[in-house]
Design a binder for this molecule. Structure first.
Ligand code: BGC
Length: 807
């Protein structure tokens, strides 16, 4: 096949098994089901109610059994041909002879859902009908177990609500009434939560009437079957929480000020996000209902640390001596001591000594998952923790300004997946002297964040000033939907002049022939030389998005057929492909990112990435706008379902696995939203005000891991501002940290239709503006001398380099 043939001709090539289509193939749907089963988190299982005994009869309550939410909305939607709902899942288990479903109760909820017609908003989903008492009486006579289904739906551009009576974080009044009604009649109740983010757990935690609770997340195309498989014991749950479930919304450290302002969000809790907060402050620990890492199984495991050794970095002649070059190797054995097969996850957490910098009482070192273990079988896991990863960033110069520092003292380690139960290990690691592991520079400094939480529970004052923030631009919001290429120059004339050998304004030499990108692709011409041969107008236009082709509906890049530059189109993720539904192609919906993280299984996530990537490729799309990697700072963020976790290491490892998988299929991953897009309301202007330390240790850490371990082809800057400056215009962030410190050499694109201006974006190293650029403004800036040809060419080269990845 010709280089770029995929994009130019959309050939009819199938990449699946035995020459079949990979897109929505039975293999991919089976993998989606497997990931869904593995991400189920069993929160409660009193009296071993689950798995249900063979032959149990269930009455399934709640509209969610039909109105099943397989994933969130907005760009996180997926184009599918069907979704297996919970009712259907149980009916399939009925066919297998495992359970029987009491139909009149399901009929009642089916009617209630169809009476709502098109109304599928959050309010409707939380609104549950009252069941006639005679129907309840009849149900009780026929069914031994009640299954209560509860769903939530959220989408981009809006945050969730606490919802004290209407329901969202908390149950609605009608949901509360329904659970009480069920509890009056049934002795055995299983609760299924079909949700995309943390939700209230206080109502069932200590209430014995609700014996079993399954955190079933939003589990993709076969979600209803994954739920029924888990409830009936076809699958043994091995998911573990990747967020803390406290006893109330108010218990989260971000809650009090989450909605203080439309214009900014102050990250005063600093590094104390999620379990780092609950574990570090004894008064807060008692508020935890289900801790990070919690999750029950139908079997039991024995987890032991067999050995710990410290190895030095002897990889090359420049090897680092001392703590910064050491790696601690933990050998952990996991044995299934129960009666059914299962998998188990383990983690090693660490506690760095408090010195001049306060530390979180627990921080994730590493995690791993065992293989499927039959009863009596064991697995050995090796967790390698580089010591430098336990360093803290000193932003105020308590020890060494703008450096990662390992403070002297004893570093302690804790073994176990559940952070609140992890056991202190006998091994400690000693650091004799304060050691700088990496000297960096002050970047993305907050100017308006007054104070931050520190480990003694008080607030440390931060330097503030009224200085104008560099890189800030006026909001640009008169964007119109592009209908085609915006012509700011005459391509035909340009082509003619290239072909006739006339001098064109390339800023360099006379060009004698039509520039041909295929020569660069074939290694016959250097990229620099090729770019030098293009007129500046072409380069400018290349920095903006290009029209859709094929099934894509999020636009493309490149698109100069004249020069053999293909139009490489994009498609959303992260839970599957969101493409033009009118084109007749349907795809696989994977479990949402949070659920994938709950598998604690990076190999599985890599497989999902590879399968998703193949669907991208088969549909002639080049870049998948996946993975989304912002931190779960608050349960209210409307896009948490698209993000992995409250923990940056979990986020980074999952993101890296996803990227490796996607790119192994020959298409590009786009790591987004870089960075601090942790709330959705007013995201186009909201300023995330965060300390340099929390930024680096919490909000950038996952991205850093993903860049270093996954090497994504593209990065998407976010809509919001970071410490006063739009991330897309933030030279400190894009040039200083991303490219300078982390060595990222790929392309950066804006998020779609952001409100920032393109000229300062180009200067800051944001290469592409999507879905369309601002060529007129850029050309004007060039003509006025405010932007150089070189600044434009550098961005164009990074876009072309990305296109060169495809073959
Ligand atoms: C979202 C991105 C998405 C893009 C394209 C934006 O609204 O924030 O995550 O990739 O749209 O659909």
């Amino acid at each position: 096949m010709d280089r770029f043939a995929h994009f130019n001709y959309h050939p009819n090539v199938a990449y699946g098994v035995d020459g079949r289509l990979a897109t929505a193939s039975k293999e991919h749907i089976a993998l989606s089901l497997q990931a869904a089963c593995e991400g189920m988190v069993l929160l409660k299982n009193n009296n071993s109610l689950l798995p249900l005994k063979k032959g149990s009869s269930v009455a399934v309550f709640g509209t969610a059994q039909f109105d099943y939410v397989r994933g969130g909305g907005g760009s996180g939607e997926v184009t599918v041909s069907y979704t297996r709902n919970i009712y259907e899942g149980f009916k399939m288990k009925e066919e297998d002879g495992l359970v029987t479903v009491y139909e009149p109760i399901s009929d009642f909820f089916r009617e209630s859902v169809s009476a709502r017609k098109e109304e599928r908003g959050q309010g409707a989903r939380c609104d549950q009908p009252v069941i006639p008492e005679e129907l309840m009486n009849a149900a009780k006579k026929s069914a031994d177990t009640a299954v209560l289904t509860i769903c939530r739906y959220s989408w981009e551009g809006a945050d969730r609500k606490q919802g004290d009576d209407k329901g969202d974080y908390y149950l609605s009044e009608s949901e509360k009434a329904l659970k009480e009604q069920i509890a009056k009649y049934f002795d055995h109740i299983v609760v299924i939560y079909d949700v995309g983010a943390v939700i209230d757990s206080e109502w069932f935690k200590a209430d014995d009437r609700f014996e079993a609770v399954l955190m079933a997340w939003q589990a993709g195309i076969e979600g209803g079957l994954a739920i029924a498989d888990t409830v009936c014991g076809v699958s043994n749950p091995s998911g573990r929480l990747v967020d803390t479930f406290p006893d109330s919304f108010d218990a989260f450290p971000s809650s009090a000020h989450f909605n203080d302002s439309q214009e900014y969000a102050d990250y005063n809790e600093d590094i104390y996000v999620g379990y780092r907060y609950f574990e570090s402050f004894p008064k807060q620990k008692k508020h935890v209902n289900y801790a990070f890492g919690y999750g029950l199984s139908y079997t039991d495991f024995e987890v032991k640390c067999e050995s710990v050794k410290v190895v030095s970095d002897t990889g090359n002649s420049a090897s680092v001596k001392g703590p910064a070059g050491d790696t601690i190797v933990f050998s952990i054995s996991v044995k299934n001591t129960g009666k059914v097969a299962g998998k188990n996850a383990v983690a090693v957490y660490f506690h760095a000594p408090n010195g001049k910098l306060w530390k979180a009482a627990r921080a994730m070192g590493l995690f791993a998952k065992s293989k499927l273990l039959q009863p009596g079988e064991s697995d050995q896991l090796e967790l390698r923790l580089p010591v430098r990863e336990m360093a803290s960033y000193d932003d105020l110069g308590h020890i060494a300004r703008s450096a990662y520092v390992l403070e002297k003292g004893e570093y302690e380690f804790f073994l176990g997946a559940d952070v609140s139960q992890a056991e202190l290990m006998s091994f400690t690691y000693s650091v004799a002297e304060d050691t700088v592991t990496e000297q960096l520079s002050a970047r993305c400094i907050p100017h308006r964040l007054a104070e931050r939480l520190i480990g003694d529970g008080s607030y440390e004052k931060l330097p503030t000033d009224d200085s104008p923030i560099t890189g800030r631009s006026t909001a640009y919001n008169n964007w119109t939907v592009p209908t085609g290429r915006v012509i700011v120059h005459d391509i035909a004339a340009c082509r003619k002049s290239c072909g006739t050998g006339a001098t064109i304004d390339t800023g360099s030499d006379v060009v004698n022939e039509v520039p041909d990108f295929l020569k660069v692709a074939d290694g016959k011409q250097g990229l620099d030389e090729f770019v030098d041969s293009l007129p500046v107008e072409v380069l400018i236009e290349m920095l903006g998005g290009q029209p859709n082709t094929g099934v894509s509906n999020t636009f493309g890049m490149g698109n100069f057929a004249e020069f053999n530059i293909p139009n490489v189109t994009t498609a959303d993720g992260p839970a599957g492909l969101r493409i033009n539904a009118g084109r007749g192609v349907t795809t696989t919906a994977w479990p949402v990112a949070t659920m994938l993280a709950c598998t604690w299984n990076t190999e599985l996530v890599e497989q999902v990435g590879a399968a998703g990537g193949l669907e991208v490729k088969e549909n002639h799309i080049g870049l998948w706008l996946t993975p989304a990697m912002n931190i779960h700072r608050s349960p209210l963020c409307g896009r948490n379902f698209e993000y992995y976790s409250e923990d940056p290491v979990m986020t980074g490892k999952m993101g890296a696995a996803m990227i490796r998988g996607i790119q192994s299929s020959g298409v590009g991953a786009t790591m987004k939203h870089f960075a601090t897009n942790n709330k959705e309301e007013n995201r186009m202007i909201c300023d995330s005000r965060v300390s340099e330390r929390a930024l680096r240790e919490i909000y950038l850490r996952g991205f850093e891991i993903a860049v270093k371990e996954g090497r994504p082809w593209a990065v998407m800057s976010s809509y919001n501002k970071l410490n006063g400056c739009y991330t897309s215009q933030n030279c400190d962030l894009l040039m200083g940290i991303l490219r300078g410190e982390w060595g990222y050499d790929g392309m950066v694109t804006t998020d779609w239709m952001n409100w920032s201006a393109q000229v300062p974006e180009i200067k800051a190293g944001n290469d592409l503006k999507m879905p369309i650029g601002e060529p007129k403004q850029v050309l004007e800036a060039y003509e006025k001398g405010e932007l150089t040809r070189e600044e434009i060419a550098v961005c164009a080269k990074r876009i072309l380099m990305t296109i060169l990845h495809f073959s």
